[in-house]
Design a protein around this ligand. Structure first.
Ligand SMILES: NC(=O)C1=CN([C@@H]2O[C@H](COP(=O)(O)OP(=O)(O)OC[C@H]3O[C@@H](n4cnc5c(N)ncnc54)[C@H](OP(=O)(O)O)[C@@H]3O)[C@@H](O)[C@H]2O)C=CC1
Ligand SMILES: O=C1O[C@H](COP(=O)(O)O)[C@@H](O)[C@H](O)[C@H]1O
Length: 634
């Protein structure tokens, strides 16, 4: 391995173009050209830090253009001094107007002039930081910018050659870097079994990076600055010796070269490997690769956390033997999705919802995940897991928990997680017979079936679709069926929550409203095209009294300029790990209860003589027999 990065490649020239929200992941650049030509990052050249002086140039470290200015929270209150547009309000709050909002207002010409009242209010969104409030609860980019920079950081992606690492982890790390949200001094190490040079590793990463942001010109420049900080280390997950050599590489190439007086260097290990190697990897970290001195060590563990209650028990003990609970970050990326995060705000910050958020007003809830593609090469993982463990037991259950829990005492991580646990303990046990299962099959048009995928054994009974009803035995939800369903190779990509309300009592319209729309429905569309909308009955304009379904819409892309730049869930979550913020991570006892809920059903459906087997369904369509589980309306 080599730590040397030619300065020309590391600080490749600024170039224009290649940008846009969906900028091409590959673009011509000096660094890329150097890799392609085999001349970049050559071994044998004197080792030195890949960036001048170990610090980013001041310009690169400054808040990114067009975004909100930085707030410095001091003595419990935010200083608006560097915000330019700040002002203290009468009640002592520091109000800071964001430049992004200003851009939004500017981008909507005519708004102010057509609405005189608009001139009386600031044209930018205002961020209030009350004196004495905990700035960590101010979920603003500015506070994050300030805190994220502290402490040199080595991030190690274990399983760096895999699907998740390539699709999500590296792009998320790069995006944080792009937005100046990583510490000034950081490196990324890829760790996996296959042989790969640093150059090949960078080439692999380069193929995965995109810039979802608008500032495309800066994107290429930032890629060029990012890649030299990336290194590869070949190792075996169950061999502590290879973690020892990784440790030595991090010390030699990075930590030893930090400027004098730096904070203690920290280490973040992201286990992007199959669950079978979580425990040995964590052991290797503990034995040989922990942060030195006062630096922190944090280990991100991916779902599924085991495959049932028993295996989770084993995993839990194995991880617990080498890491403290504080050091373990159980990630469920659905918790980092924008709309899932908005569930708490929607429920607890709006007076209209909470009074009707119960069995007296809600008839049913559906939480739905659909993907239009099948396992596509991930059969080795999926066939052993199935859709219930892959999506329902974690992603959909987390969405359910945030949707249905009682209000937490505060936004503190433990208060939120206490409420989730309390709710999950109120869910009635599930049996195999509560499930409807499906498996996608080949179609005459040539779409492959599940068992056509390489690695799927012929005759596999692994479900690729499942639905069941959660029944909650508490005062808020008793009697309200909560349908969760998930499937691969269905008709579309969508993840959404549909809250269906009871019909209006005492119809004075002769049944017309019900003919237009039987039930009001609140739809929270997590993806694609984030939105929250309410389906209502409305009178059609004009002289008739005709009624039709209409929608009260909150389409994110229309509502907020910021929605162009919604961070990927992994960005948010990795940043939270760096900042030690655990609200969006899954606590030990949450996982335990989640497995206790699903394990009896999984054992039932996986028993050799089980009668709960998947119905074959043509790929690309919704399983008709399995659309609803047997007792949805009971
Ligand atoms: N892929 C996705 O979209 C998502 C995945 N996850 C989770 O992330 C984790 C990783 O998933 P994913 O990247 O898809 O997995 P992969 O199957 O791609 O495996 C990741 C890497 O682990 C190594 N590996 C694979 N199988 C084994 C094995 N049996 N023993 C030891 N090492 C192995 C391989 O690296 P090498 O051979 O080079 O060492 C591989 O590149 C899983 O827990 C998954 O549930 C979570 C959310 C989404
Ligand atoms: O965890 C997983 O999630 C993905 C779907 O994630 P999304 O963010 O694209 O909705 C799924 O494809 C994969 O099977 C599963 O392991």
């Amino acid at each position: 391995m080599t730590a040397f990065i030619p300065a020309a490649a590391a600080v490749a020239s600024t170039r224009s173009g290649g940008g846009g929200r969906h900028a091409p992941s590959r673009r011509p650049s000096a660094a890329h050209a150097a890799v392609a030509a085999g001349s970049g990052w050559a071994a044998g050249t004197p080792a030195r830090l890949p960036w001048p002086g170990g610090r980013l140039p001041a310009a690169a470290a400054a808040p990114f253009p067009g975004r909100e200015p930085r707030i410095t929270a001091s003595a419990g209150a935010a200083s608006a001094a560097d915000a330019g547009a700040g002002a203290a309000t009468a009640n002592g709050e520091a109000a800071v107007a964001g430049a992004a909002g200003g851009a939004a207002a500017a981008a909507a010409p005519g708004v102010a002039s057509s609405n005189p009242a608009a001139e009386l209010v600031p044209s930018r969104p205002t961020i209030h930081v009350a004196p004495g409030s905990d700035p960590s609860l101010m979920d603003s980019v500015h506070v994050r910018l300030d805190t994220a920079r502290h402490g040199p950081l080595a991030m190690v992606v274990v399983g760096a050659s895999g699907d998740l690492a390539k699709k999500k982890t590296f792009p998320a790390i790069f995006s944080l870097f792009y937005h100046d949200l990583l510490p000034d001094d950081f490196v990324v190490y890829g760790f996996a079994r296959r042989a790969m040079s640093d150059e090949a590793f960078r080439e692999m990463i380069l193929g995965t990076l995109t810039c979802r942001v608008i500032d495309g010109a800066r994107c290429a420049e930032r890629m060029d600055a990012f890649l030299p900080r990336c290194f590869y280390h070949m190792g075996t997950y169950d061999d502590p010796e290879t973690f020892a050599t990784l440790d030595a590489a991090i010390v030699d190439n990075f930590e030893r070269r930090l400027p004098a007086g730096s904070d203690p260097p920290n280490r973040l290990f992201y286990l992007a490997v199959p669950p079978s190697v979580f425990a040995p990897s964590a052991e290797g970290v503990n034995t040989a690769a922990r942060a030195k001195g006062n630096g922190w060590t944090r280990v991100v563990v991916e779902k599924p956390f085991g495959r049932d209650s028993a295996s989770y028990g084993v995993l839990r003990s194995a991880l617990g033997a080498v890491l403290s609970e504080d050091e373990i970050y159980r990630i469920d990326h659905y918790c980092g999705k924008e709309l899932v995060q908005n569930l708490m705000t929607l429920r607890f910050a709006n007076a209209v919802f909470e009074p009707i958020w119960n069995r007296h007003h809600i008839e049913s809830v559906q939480i739905v995940f659909k993907e239009p593609f099948g396992v596509e090469g991930r059969a080795g993982y999926f066939d052993n897991i199935g859709i219930v463990r892959d999506i329902m037991q974690n992603h959909l259950l987390q969405v359910f928990a945030l949707l249905a829990m009682e209000p937490p005492v505060s936004l503190h991580a433990e208060d939120i997680r206490n409420e989730k646990v309390k709710l999950l303990r109120s869910v009635m046990p599930l049996a195999a017979t509560d499930f409807a299962l499906g498996q996608y099959e080949a179609t005459p048009e040539g779409k492959p079936g599940y068992t056509d995928d390489e690695g799927v054994p012929a005759g596999s009974r692994t479900p690729t679709f499942a639905s069941c009803v959660l029944k909650v035995n508490n005062a808020r939800w008793a009697g309200v069926p909560i349908l969760i369903k998930a499937g691969k190779a269905l008709d579309e990509r969508v993840a959404e929550v549909r809250v269906q309300f009871k019909p209006v009592a005492g119809d004075i319209f002769g049944g017309r409203p019900a003919r237009a729309l039987a039930n009001n429905e609140l739809v929270i569309r997590v993806q694609p095209d984030e939105a929250i909308y309410m389906r209502i009955v409305s009178k059609v304009p004009g002289l008739t009294s005709r009624m039709e379904e209409a929608r009260l819409n909150l389409f994110y892309r229309h509502a907020w300029e910021e929605s162009k730049d919604i961070p990927d869930a992994y960005e948010r979550l990795i940043l939270d790990v760096i900042q030690g913020e655990k609200s969006l991570f899954i606590r030990d006892d949450e996982v335990e209860i989640a497995w206790d809920l699903f394990t009896p059903a999984l054992q039932g459906m996986e028993a050799p003589d089980s009668e709960v087997v998947p119905d074959g369904t043509p790929a690309g369509s919704i399983p008709s027999a399995a659309r609803l589980p047997p007792d949805f309306y009971s």
